[in-house]
Design a protein around this ligand. Structure first.
Ligand SMILES: NC(=O)c1ccc[n+]([C@@H]2O[C@H](COP(=O)([O-])OP(=O)(O)OC[C@H]3O[C@@H](n4cnc5c(N)ncnc54)[C@H](OP(=O)(O)O)[C@@H]3O)[C@@H](O)[C@H]2O)c1
Length: 270
């Protein structure tokens, strides 16, 4: 629980400012901070350095431990952004270079571009949960493992549905949540949620949200859990104290498969 992920676009800078306010102080106690550059509507290599410097000002940090290109804006632009990343690494403003929402061909292009500068791609941040398994099926997780690139899994709770916080009588509310994680998804996910509860309740102290995180970990990925309260943080942290057995992972896979194709609508970049 020492890794925090943010982006320049989250709250249009507010997320970086708030996180920066939390981590100021003793540098030896500082967590690992990752943030992201949004390439959309940016066309010059120099815009990455300008964006990074603004992010660092908001975070109040001398460098980003992990700096990621938030989404792919065309295969032919990858060398430009990776070259700019390598420059920032040389200047000491970036600890490690990552990407996000990069499919296998885009990730391969990023790896090649960085290799020309003697650098390795550290991570690819992608959507993964029991309700969104595209990257298990398209080989990206395997490719990350083979290339020693960390697969950082976002939305591991499908916006709360896999934390077991909703029911058909108490469905998700709010416009954006409604678009992705709605009553239909909650109803459709009921058999999977029942199995997750069975697995969680076999041993005292385990919870459904921990099952969701441990399934992601079992796939070889590092989940980025979206936590909103200290209670959620403490509960989700508990996932690190136990792991799923291989047969539990297989049962969860089967229950997820039984829901049919792509139960969760994708975000536009997923
Ligand atoms: N690279 C990208 O394109 C991209 C896209 C999306 C997300 N991300 C990253 O991934 C992170 C996580 O994704 P996310 O927050 O969108 O989705 P998420 O992790 O699937 O869901 C987060 C929600 O789950 C609920 N939750 C978490 N722990 C819980 C618990 N123990 N009990 C009950 N509910 C619990 C909370 O709902 P309530 O708010 O209702 O309490 C929380 O807001 C983001 O913060 C971001 O850093 C990256």
């Amino acid at each position: 629980m020492n890794f925090f992920d943010t982006a320049e676009v989250y709250g249009w800078g507010a997320s970086e400012r708030i996180l920066g306010g939390c981590v100021r102080g003793d540098p030896s106690a500082r967590p690992v901070i990752a943030t992201k550059f949004t390439p959309l509507y940016r066309f010059r290599k120099g815009s990455l350095e300008r964006a990074l410097r603004k992010s660092l000002l908001r975070l109040g940090l001398p460098r980003a431990d992990l700096y990621q290109v938030h989404q792919m804006d065309g295969l032919r632009n990858i060398p430009r952004w990776m070259d700019a990343m390598a420059d920032m690494h040389e200047k000491g403003l970036v600890g490690a270079v990552g990407v996000s929402n990069h499919y296998p061909d885009a990730m391969a292009a990023a790896i090649d571009s960085l290799a020309k500068r003697g650098l390795k791609l550290a991570s690819n941040q992608m959507h993964l949960s029991l309700l969104f398994r595209r990257h298990e099926r398209n080989g990206l997780i395997r490719m990350c493992r083979d290339q020693n690139v960390a697969f950082l899994a976002y939305m591991p709770f499908a916006w709360g549905v896999l934390a077991g916080k909703f029911s058909r009588d108490d469905p998700p509310k709010g416009f954006i949540r409604h678009r992705v994680a709605n009553r239909r998804l909650v109803e459709r996910s009921e058999p999977l949620l029942r199995l997750m509860k069975d697995i969680a309740w076999k041993k005292e102290g385990r919870t459904v949200s921990q099952v969701a995180l441990n399934w992601v970990i079992a796939k070889g990925a590092i989940p980025i859990a979206g936590v909103k309260t200290p209670r959620q943080a403490a509960e989700d942290f508990g996932a690190l104290k136990w792991s799923l057995s291989q047969s539990e992972v297989s049962e969860l896979d089967a229950a997820s498969d039984a829901l049919g194709a792509a139960p969760l609508k994708t975000l536009w970049t997923s």
